[in-house]
Every structure is written in C-alpha cells, then in structure tokens.
Design a protein around this ligand. Structure first.
Ligand code: SAM
Ligand code: SF4
Length: 367
C-alpha cells in the first residue's frame, strides 16, 4: 500500500522558484520512493562531487589559471554529504555511489565518507557499490586505506603515455605519479582498474594505440571518451571532435576488434574485445556525443555545494543544501530530490541547434 507524501507548504528555506511537482508518483508508506522521471528511467547511480578543486588543469576541463573555487562554507560538510547519501540509499533507491569532483582525493575525509556509504544497505538488501573517479595523483599512498574503507572500484584518468604530452595536456609534469598509482591500484586488486581517456583533435590521437597496448598489457580496462562541451567555452567544436568511430578506426590499425557479448545495460561504454600485438582484452568507447545513451541513463548528480542535477547538461538544479540548512526533514529533502529527477529531459541535446553549454564546468558538477 502506498500513501502520497504531499508537502502542503514549501519546505523552509526553499528558493522562491521552488515548486513541488504536482504529478510526482506516490511514495510508499515508509517514505521510500524511486527516483523516476517522466520517461520511465530510474536513477540507481549517484555521482557525488566532493570538491570543485583540482591539482591538474586539463585543457578540456579547466582554464590554465584554474577556476574561482567555491568558498568552503558554500560546500557540503562531511555530515551533510553523508546525510544526503544515506537518504539516497535508504529512501530513494540508489544502489551505486561514485565519488568524483574536481579531484576527490583532495577531500581529506574521503575514506570516512566512503566508509559511511559502504555501511548502508540498499533497497535490495545488498551493500552499496562504491567507485572513485580520480586523476590518480597521490592515489598510491591512499589505496590501502580507501580499500579498507570499502572502496570497490577505481577509474583513473590518463590521456597519454608521453611525458611531454601529459605536461601539455594537464599543464603539470606529473605523469610518473599517475603511472605509479595505476600500478598501486592494480597491485591492490581493484579489479578491473579502469582508465579514462578523453580524445582531443590534434592533441592525443596518436596516443590511442600506445594507451591501448599499455592497458591490455597491465590488465586494466581502457575507456576512450568523446570530448564533450563542458570545459572552457569556445574550445569544443562539434565539427572537429574525435568521434567514437574515428577512435575505433585508429584501434583497428593495431588490433582486431569484435563487439563484446556482455549486455550493456545502463553502462556508458560500448565494450569491444581487442586482440593483437600478442595481447587480448576489453576496450570501451564512450560515445557520449555521437551515440548518446540518455535513454538508458540511470544517474543522479549531487554537486559540491549540495545541488541535485538530473543531467550533466541540465540548465537547472535544486539546492538541497539550502533546504537542509534551514531545517528541512528527510521527507522534505527526499521529495525535493524526487521532484528534481522527475523533470529530467529525454536527452542532452548536444546536437540540437539551440544547445547551450551548462553554466557550470564539469569539475563543479562532478564528472
Ligand atoms: N579529477 C578527476 C579525474 O580527472 O578523473 C575526476 C573529475 S573529472 C571531471 C571526471 C572525468 O571527466 C575524467 O575522466 C575526465 O577525463 C572527464 N572529462 C573532463 N572534462 C571532459 C570533457 N570536456 N569531455 C569529456 N570528458 C571530460
Ligand atoms: Fe582536474 Fe579531473 Fe578536470 Fe583534469 S579532468 S582538470 S584532473 S577535474
């Protein structure tokens, strides 16, 4: 039996623009509800940005001088992050939590937040899957503690194996540190360690095959990502981005590729079996632009300053921080979160003539 949880009044502290949707599906009697949208998608995967700050300046993500970081008092403290993750898992059907940023390793309390997350039980009665997306700087020193806290999986970003290219691309000479961290993650049995590579025209296309060879040799799963319009403005052009098809063409110069048989589900990467140069393994390609997977998207995003975004490219968001800081109950927060997801659009519309880049950079939303 279900009962409708209606908020007769706007939650305390809600911005003037806040209106609870009137057609939101009902919550169960215990207040639990799934994060569904009008197109029937259900969010099970929460991306939590733990900081907007970063120690690299990847050209596709940030300007050389960095960004204006958010003042600490505007960002969620540990108790607030943990409260919202707990609500998401215990009342809103979230089953996986990925920590990202900015650079999540810059958050000193990362292990504490992961431990609090892994202590939760999902609606299916299982444990929460946890994952980290990181640039890898300093991961080698924390991998044991992170694993002890319950971290399940790790994605490390690496766009080239060439030291000069790396320094140019990230504006920091830190390639050795990342390679050390990849070895440490593999050594800690975080299987499979995934490597994220954004491919940029005229910058690292020649790195595609060497990166594939390196990952296959190490037993890491490489995933190439089409560059999206989320970094400094005017830098991304649809007409000269490197497409998934072009990435596959490059790979075929060195490897035989066949589609992997695993069902893809809501995973963004299309997986390929690669064989060649005495190596074999899987390589993923994430065609976020040319073959968007919006129809299967199961994500909800919590920004560093406590806003819910139902899509990376959304142009609106709902601040749970403001509601929380003015005394909203868990039920009020859950309803505001469900309302934010209910309004999710069917697709990101990058290819639409009227497409607008989101007002926040990816590092602030949480990539
Ligand atoms: N700092 C961490 C890192 O680099 O892994 C986590 C945050 S970063 C924003 C998350 C992921 O987004 C990284 O794999 C990064 O390569 C990717 N990314 C950043 N800007 C991008 C863009 N414009 N298009 C596609 N992927 C991007
Ligand atoms: Fe930092 Fe990650 Fe953005 Fe690179 S992609 S600047 S590592 S947040």
């Amino acid at each position: 039996m279900t009962t409708r949880l209606t908020l007769k009044t706007t939650p305390p502290g809600a911005p003037a623009s806040y209106t609870a949707p009137t057609d939101l599906p009902e919550a169960a009697t215990d207040g639990s509800r799934a994060l569904v949208d009008k197109f029937g998608r259900v969010a099970r995967d929460l991306r939590v940005s733990l900081t907007d700050r970063c120690n690299l300046r990847c050209t596709y993500c940030m300007p050389a001088e960095g960004l204006e970081w958010m003042p600490t008092e505007q960002t969620l403290n540990d108790e607030e992050v943990i409260r919202l993750i707990t609500l998401a898992v215990t009342k809103l059907g979230i089953r996986q939590v990925r920590f990202t940023g900015g650079e999540p390793l810059l958050r000193r309390s990362l292990e504490k937040i992961i431990a609090a997350t892994t202590a939760l039980t999902t609606d299916e009665g299982g444990s929460v899957g946890t994952a980290l997306t990181t640039n890898g700087l300093g991961l080698d020193k924390r991998i044991t503690a992170l694993k002890e806290a319950g971290l399940g999986r790790v994605n490390i970003s690496l766009d080239t194996l060439d030291r000069e290219h790396y320094a140019k691309l990230t504006r920091r000479d830190r390639l050795d540190h990342v390679l050390r961290s990849i070895d440490a993650a593999i050594g800690a049995d975080m299987h499979p360690v995934k490597i994220n590579t954004v491919v940029m025209p005229g910058v690292n296309e020649d790195d595609i095959v060497p990166l594939a060879e390196y990952c296959l040799r190490k037993g890491a799963q490489l995933r190439f990502i089409e560059q999206m319009p989320l970094g400094p403005r005017e830098q991304w052009k649809r007409s000269d981005m490197v497409t998934a098809e072009q990435i596959l063409e490059r790979l075929r110069t060195a490897f035989e590729l066949s589609p992997a048989s695993e069902p893809r589900g809501s995973a963004p990467a299309a997986l390929w079996n690669a064989r060649g140069r005495g190596l074999a393994g899987k390589i993923g390609v994430i065609a976020s632009v040319t073959h968007s997977f919006c129809g299967n998207c199961d994500r909800s995003r919590l920004t560093t300053d406590g806003a819910i975004r139902n899509c990376l490219f959304s142009n609106s968001e709902t601040s749970l921080r403001d509601l929380m800081r003015s005394g909203a109950s868990d039920e009020q927060l859950a309803q505001a979160w469900a309302g934010a997801m209910w309004g999710k659009l069917p697709g990101h519309g990058i290819d639409d003539p009227g497409f607008l880049q989101p007002d926040r950079p990816m590092s602030a939303i949480g990539g």
